[in-house]
Design a protein around this ligand. Structure first.
Ligand code: A3D
Length: 321
């Protein structure tokens, strides 16, 4: 299985939810010239307006793709990738789980429409609570689990990379980091798999400083929520989702952490959890079972337990609603 170098002319990415994350993600994807983009939202006129506005940047930015906005799910037909961002974001004082009830209903509608109109797509979940919304999309689409994946670890890792680079005064792109686990305060940054141009971070920073940066990574999303007050981060989440969409559209086999459905990997069964994967045109092409220290595995167990609790809440909503 080599890298897929087929021409991408006919590729299409649909983004559901044309709010902060969705619209920014659509723009990143369109600007990278890898696919045509369709933006879907329930608010009348808004996705159309944003799509037109993006299109008018083409002479300045040079992108050559079409961007369409619509209120009709039928227009996602033929999408190779569907990025699901529709749903309410956090406000100060809220936990990602507080969004569950509202966002599950939205994801159920989206999942049914994706299955109907884009039955061959790879779905990238972004709406929160991420690991639970990924499960909802899996259940509603009934796609093979490798075709429903959640964006979180790649974002959490880039935050960890950025904080390390900032501390060391080096180029962020030279830092490689790995953050596993559920997308929440129990996420598991792994210094043992984090390096700066191949040099283990433990050689460059002391233990206390690394611990501080880990804590900042866990709270990175929350910091932005408390500054913004009316919503949550969107540039970095959108850039991460666009990178994942790009890996699928281009068939590049990107090694990244993402929320994948586990069927025994790392000892977990039937939940979505952030783990290292290879992402390509088929979606999750491989899950990499890294060796973990006792402490890392214990932290991942705690994170998995939080996700399991979320699935229980989801199931109670399903049966009562
Ligand atoms: P926001 O700017 O409010 O956009 C959400 C959009 O969804 C709005 O334009 C809504 O009109 C739209 N929408 C609502 N219901 C539907 C529907 N049924 N069909 C289509 N569109 C609909 O929020 P945002 O873009 O900042 O955040 C979107 C979601 O992403 C939230 O749940 C956030 O919590 C989540 N998020 C996740 C991450 C991760 O790292 C996983 C990061 C940032 C945001």
């Amino acid at each position: 299985m080599g890298i897929d170098r087929r021409e991408n002319m006919a590729k299409k990415v649909a983004v559901i939810g044309a709010g902060n994350v969705g619209a920014t993600c659509a723009y990143f994807v369109a600007k990278s010239n890898i696919a045509d983009v369709t933006l879907v939202d329930v608010v009348e006129g808004m996705p159309q307006a944003k799509a037109d506005d993006f299109s008018h940047t083409a002479p300045s930015t040079g992108f050559a793709r079409t961007v369409a906005g619509t209120n009709d799910y039928a227009e996602i037909a033929g999408a190779d990738v569907v990025v699901h961002t529709a749903g309410i974001p956090r406000k100060p004082g809220m936990d990602r789980m507080d969004l569950l009830k509202t966002n599950v209903g939205i994801a159920q509608t989206a999942g049914k429409n994706i299955a109907h109109y884009a039955p061959n797509a790879v779905v990238i979940a972004v709406a929160n609570p991420l690991d639970i919304i990924s499960m909802v999309l899996l259940r509603e689409t009934q796609f093979p689990s490798r075709r429903v994946v959640g964006m979180a670890g790649i974002l959490d890792s880039t935050r960890f990379q950025y904080f390390i680079a900032e501390k060391l005064g080096v180029l962020p792109a030279d830092v490689q980091a790995m953050v596993l686990g559920g997308h929440g305060d129990s996420m598991v940054p792994l210094p043992s798999y984090t390096s700066v141009a191949g040099v283990p971070v433990k050689e460059l920073l002391d233990k206390a400083t690394i611990e501080q940066l880990i804590e900042r990574t866990r709270k990175g999303g929350g910091e932005i929520v408390s500054y913004l007050k009316t919503g949550s981060a969107f540039y970095a989440p959108a850039a991460s989702a666009a990178r994942m969409a790009e890996a699928v559209v281009t068939g590049r086999k990107r090694y990244c952490p993402a929320s994948a459905y586990l069927d025994g990997e790392f000892g977990y069964q039937g939940i979505y959890l952030g783990v290292p994967i290879v992402l390509g045109s088929g979606g999750v092409e491989r899950i990499i079972e890294l060796p973990l220290s006792q402490q890392e595995k214990a932290d991942l167990d705690t994170s998995a337990e939080h996700v399991r609790d979320g699935v229980k809440t989801l199931d109670s909503i399903d049966t009562s609603g």
